[in-house]
Design a protein around this ligand. Structure first.
Ligand code: TYD
Length: 205
């Protein structure tokens, strides 16, 4: 199975790295399907709209139930189908995001996370996950540049990013067989080289 996910804080550079891995695979004549969460199917993209429209759904259980419904549709109707057809499926975020944002950050308890997971995707998980880890200073720097360019406003502060970063590192610590922590402060090309090295070691050696 070739299911790869990317995780990390906003502004970590996930999407650039996904593009570079996709390019590498396509140059090597592999079939690649790039997708994202929440999203990836018509239904899941509709749920994404709901989640982003409300921006912050204050009840973490409601948020997690919506994300989980989207994830079940995504897994059943896109990811598994593509994997069967021999695609490398790369998802921008997956279940680790729920553990990080709804679990660690919003205090949804582990039992609830696990019960719904079991009902929706059961034991299905990526076989390889890249966690792009960048310093909070770098996040804030990148965010200010984007904000000036696109007139974005959001109220996430330094403390939020520190918590998300720490939670992700804890999740990585608990799943060393699958999650590789990548230093995202480096240049994009150097990060990509490291990702491709880990990738080729996993699938071709
Ligand atoms: P998005 O704009 O795609 O952010 P990014 O570019 O950083 O991926 O929005 C996705 C948001 O949804 C992001 O803030 C994290 C959140 N999210 C959760 O809270 N739980 C989840 O399980 C997933 C998949 C995403």
């Amino acid at each position: 199975m070739h299911f790869i996910t990317f995780e990390g804080c906003d502004f970590s550079g996930k999407s650039t790295q996904i593009k570079l891995l996709q390019e590498y695979l396509e140059i090597n004549n592999k079939k690649v399907c790039v997708t994202r969460e929440p999203g990836g199917t018509i239904l899941a993209e509709k749920i994404r709209e709901l989640l982003l429209l409300r921006n912050e759904i204050s009840d973490p259980l409601i948020e997690y139930l919506l994300i989980s419904a989207a994830r079940k549709d995504h897994v059943d109707n896109l990811i598994k189908t593509k994997l069967k057809e021999g695609y490398y499926v790369i998802s921008d975020r997956f279940y680790d995001s729920s553990v990080c944002y709804q679990g660690y950050y919003k205090n949804l308890n582990t039992t609830t996370l696990n019960i719904i997971k079991e009902l929706t995707i059961n034991k299905f998980e990526p076989d390889l996950t890249f966690l792009i880890d960048i310093s909070v200073d770098e996040i804030l720097k990148r965010k200010n540049i984007k904000r000036a360019e696109n007139n974005i406003y959001d109220n996430k502060n330094q403390e939020f990013y520190q918590k998300i970063k720490a939670s992700y590192l804890e999740i990585a610590n608990k799943n060393p067989h699958r999650i590789f922590v990548i230093d995202g402060n480096k240049k994009a090309k150097d990060i990509s080289k490291q990702i491709i090295k880990i990738f080729t070691k996993k699938y071709y050696s």
